[in-house]
Design a binder for this molecule. Structure first.
Ligand code: AR6
Length: 172
């Protein structure tokens, strides 16, 4: 059983009224398409202004900003790896992006956080390989953490939701 604080939800992460939403950003932190574009559009131009001051972020790490016009208080910009076939440290870098986001969240007193499926869109990381990494990394973190109350794994579309549930229910 995964920790009951982990929830699988289908929807648009920009709509969630949680303490922090995670962005699947790139190393420049200057915006892009996919969930990154949606978050910047919903947050407004002040988000990009704050991101410019951060000077980028290495792959596998994360940076925190305010949420501006979003219902979420903070945005945690995580940089996942670009899929290169699977033998280029992609798994470890993906796990590190999740772990860094969770560490940053706890440092800021975040109690509810929502993640998109980092790297599984434009970055090409296969969903069926990314989901178990995401779930296991969150689970391991929660085993040592009492601050976080809710970790929401947000699935964009029915297919992603069903795949997530499949892996979630597999752990008995
Ligand atoms: N809410 C939740 N999930 C979403 C949303 C949304 N509104 N929109 C898309 N997704 P991607 P990456 C899902 O491509 O693969 C950007 O240009 C989507 O279905 O957003 O990490 C950045 O600037 C997919 O499962 O991020 C980078 O350059 C997941 O979010 C690059 O893309 C991630 O897809 C990062 O690529």
């Amino acid at each position: 059983m995964y920790d009951p604080r982990i929830e699988i939800v289908e929807g648009d992460i920009t709509k969630l009224a949680v303490d922090a939403i995670v962005n699947a950003a790139n190393a420049s932190l200057l915006g892009g398409g996919g969930v990154d574009g949606a978050i910047h559009r919903a947050a407004g131009p002040e988000l990009l202004e704050e991101c410019r001051k951060l000077g980028g972020c290495p792959v596998g790490e994360a940076r925190l900003t305010k949420g501006y016009r979003l219902p979420a208080r903070y945005v945690i910009h995580a940089v996942g790896p670009i899929w290169q076939g699977g033998n280029n440290n992609e798994d470890a870098l993906l796990a590190s992006a999740y772990r860094s986001s969770l560490e940053l969240a706890v440092q800021h007193g975040v109690r509810s956080i929502a993640f998109p499926a980092i790297s599984t869109g434009a970055y090409g990381f296969p969903m069926e390989r990314a989901i178990p990494i995401a779930l296991d990394t969150v689970q391991t973190f929660l085993e040592r953490d009492q601050t976080l109350q809710r970790v929401i794994m947000v699935c964009f579309g029915r297919a992603a939701y069903e795949l997530y549930l499949h892996f979630y229910n597999q752990r008995t």
